[in-house]
Design a protein around this ligand. Structure first.
Ligand code: AMP
Length: 130
């Protein structure tokens, strides 16, 4: 069965899309730690990020860099942090999180509750900065 993230890429489940190329896809995390929290995934369905081939892992990181630079423009911050957990969804993903402090990277923090309009505005701001 396809992962929830493959179903997002296929358009079967809605998302707030940020960017896409032939191999990778970026969309907002639905339970964001901060505004601008974005996930980058390979379209290829692989659970563990370190099971990607060297070439695909390197290309995913380069794609994530483009998204991270756009997040930093759209949401001024000290730096955009990157994390990989993958304990919940078995489809490799990089979390990109604009940080004002180390505390913004604590996954145990309560998550933001945003309206659909707010998610849409955040995704368009990042897309526009790409
Ligand atoms: P983890 O696998 O531990 O890195 O966590 C999975 C992340 O995916 C969590 O931050 C979730 O909020 C996020 N997530 C799960 N389902 C969706 C979805 N349908 N759209 C956007 N983000 C999601």
């Amino acid at each position: 069965m396809a992962t929830i993230f493959s179903r997002i890429v296929a358009g079967e489940i809605p998302c707030y899309k940020v960017a896409e190329d032939d191999k990778f896809f970026a969309f907002l995390d639905i339970n964001p730690m901060v505004k601008g929290h974005t996930l980058v995934i390979p379209k290829q369905e692989v659970d563990y990020i370190f099971d990607l081939s060297d070439n695909d892992l390197a290309a995913m990181q380069v794609f994530a860099k483009k998204v991270a630079l756009a997040i930093g423009k759209a949401f001024p911050c000290k730096k955009v942090g990157q994390a990989v957990l993958g304990l919940e969804v078995p489809h490799a993903h990089i979390h990109l999180i604009p940080m004002q402090s180390e505390a913004d990277m604590l996954f145990s923090n309560p998550k933001l509750k945003l309206s659909p309009d707010e998610f849409t505005e955040i995704a368009s701001k990042i897309s526009a900065a790409m």
